[in-house]
Design a binder for this molecule. Sequence first.
Ligand SMILES: Nc1ncnc2c1ncn2[C@@H]1O[C@H](COP(=O)(O)OP(=O)(O)OP(=O)(O)O)[C@@H](O)[C@H]1O
Ligand SMILES: [Mg+2]
Length: 296
Amino acid sequence: MASSYISIEGIARRFPAPEGGKTTIFEDLWFGMERGEFVCVIGHSGCGKTTVLNILAGLDEPTEGAVIIDGKAIEGPSLDRAVIFQSHGLLPWRTVLGNVAYAVASKWRDWPKAKVEEHARKAIATVGLAGAEMKKPSQLSGGMKQRVGIARALSIEPKIMLMDEPFSALDALTRGTLQDEVRGLCRTTGQTVFMITHDVDEAIYLADKIVLMTNGPDARIAEIVVNPLPADRSRHDVHKHPAFYPVRNHIIDFLVTRSKSFAAELATPGKVWNRRSPPLVTPGAPDPTPPLARAV
Ligand SMILES: Nc1ncnc2c1ncn2[C@@H]1O[C@H](COP(=O)(O)OP(=O)(O)OP(=O)(O)O)[C@@H](O)[C@H]1O
Ligand SMILES: [Mg+2]
């Protein structure tokens, strides 16, 4: 675990409960991410996904445990880590270009204005918003605002992208195009991605690993699905791969049943569980047991 690029080590987050005492949102999360890995997190509303992402961003701190990135504990936000917020988080008084250029200028402080703007315009074009540069956020639809947030994150070419349901406000066509764009960019730049989504198909298309969180309060990482689909998959035929439905069914079963019953599952006699190393599972992978052993 210690050698992972991003190492989440036993974090818990508690908030004061309205009736006094504390509510534990999640507890004892351990998880490692390698450089260049694309990780999606799936779990029901309220299990603490955004809180974990805020901790990775340096915007919140765990009550217990630590997050180590590249050998160093996180100390606040960094331009190496871009965040795409669940709510877009744009500066309302700046134009689209102003919002993106502000991020670019914070990253490359010695760039002249023209270079900053050129770079920002490229990012805006990548998310399909060329022509809307001079609009203010209040003049944009929800999906357009979300795309400005994505452009802003992409524009600073961060080592790590932290994305909180980045495509949820978009229509299906735009969502597909942006998924392709972001996946392509992350693969070519070798960015490490931590993304929250409620969309199982999106996770299977994008992620190398899918982290399954149980329901809160007291949420845990139940297991980590290692995506068996080939890395060069395409959005149009991903569902034709023989492992697609086994993976999808596994995740949906988790969301429908096991996310609630996981504590009881852990209490069943004989269940082996190492909290520091949640099991890696690969639904749909060929059964490694030799056929003879299975027949006996
Ligand atoms: N500052 C805070 N004070 C008190 N409780 C908080 C605070 N921030 C988050 N919570 C609580 O922590 C829990 C987890 O919140 P979080 O936003 O991380 O959930 P989530 O998994 O991202 O949910 P969703 O899928 O709905 O976005 C919720 O019950 C929320 O009310
Ligand atoms: Mg959230």
